[in-house]
Design a protein around this ligand. Structure first.
Ligand code: IVH
Length: 251
């Protein structure tokens, strides 16, 4: 997805933007959980952050002194493209953080997407103006973010759900991902209302099944759920392979 093109300035991610391993059934999830408990030598149930896996475009938003300085695509995970001009037009992304104490430099990561409802409208307008229809909301979101003229993005209802922090300077992070979501919300970033912390892999499986059952009712496309070890300290102990963390799994 999205090798860096030539029209946009390239951006090197200080912390690589990783990808996710996938499993397709309950057994795969159980194996994931067993592996984690074995690696950590923990017998008790592990707490996982359970999240929808949004089918959109992964982005990095860099804030310096509370101001949005740069937005970039994930690209190949190491080098992405500068799309600041388009991201500035997304109304739910704060350009300036007004909450009291934010780190002097921090990076928020998340997924930009076009809601289903907005997708139909974008395609109608594209057709009316003699353009081509997009095949799906993800292509429409990606195509919009790759435009040179930000007026195009400004006219389309792009949204974001933020799901992690990247670079953070001079700031003590909380102990869990759940608390990071609270921080992100307090700082004014949209966070998916479907997030939930579940204890033990059976509770995670229930979450996944319930989420997938409600899939048609969501106003955005998902390609499954993501489970992430909730404790950041445990995430650190587990670490990552070259492109995927050991502490997360897509279902
Ligand atoms: S976490 C941990 N959380 O899935 C490293 N990714 O295959 C991965 N995605 O590039 C990022 N929803 O575009 C994460 N709740 C979510 C996500 C999510 C969608 C996408 C993202 C990423 C890809 C990884």
């Amino acid at each position: 997805r999205g090798a860096p093109g030539s029209e946009f300035k390239q951006v090197q991610h200080t912390i690589p933007m990783l990808s996710l391993d996938k499993v397709f059934d309950a057994e795969g999830l159980q194996q994931f959980d067993s592996r984690i408990r074995k690696l950590l030598a923990i017998e008790e149930p592990i707490e996982y952050s359970c999240e929808p896996k949004i089918d959109g475009v992964a982005v990095s938003l860099l804030f310096r002194d509370g101001l949005l300085e740069r937005a970039a695509t994930r690209g190949d995970g190491v080098v992405g493209e500068d799309i600041t001009h388009n991201v500035r037009t997304i109304r739910s992304i704060p350009l300036k953080i007004t909450s009291a104490s934010v780190p002097s430099l921090f990076e928020v990561r998340g997924e930009i997407f076009l809601p289903r409802s907005g997708f139909a409208r974008v395609n109608e307008l594209a057709e009316q103006s003699g353009g081509k229809r997009f095949v799906n909301p993800r292509n429409a979101a990606a195509g919009t973010l790759r435009q040179l003229d930000p007026r195009i993005a400004a006219g389309r209802p792009l949204q974001i759900f933020c799901y992690s922090l990247g670079v953070v300077e001079n700031f003590e992070l909380p102990a869990t991902l759940g608390e990071i979501f609270t921080l992100l919300t307090d700082w004014g970033f949209p966070v998916n209302p479907e997030l939930s912390v579940a204890r033990g892999i059976d509770a995670c499986l229930d979450y996944c099944n319930e989420l997938l059952a409600r899939r048609p009712a969501l106003d955005y496309e998902i390609d499954g759920a993501v489970l992430k070890v909730n404790r950041l300290g445990l995430q650190e102990n587990l670490g990552a392979r070259s492109r995927t963390p050991r502490w997360a799994m897509a279902f």
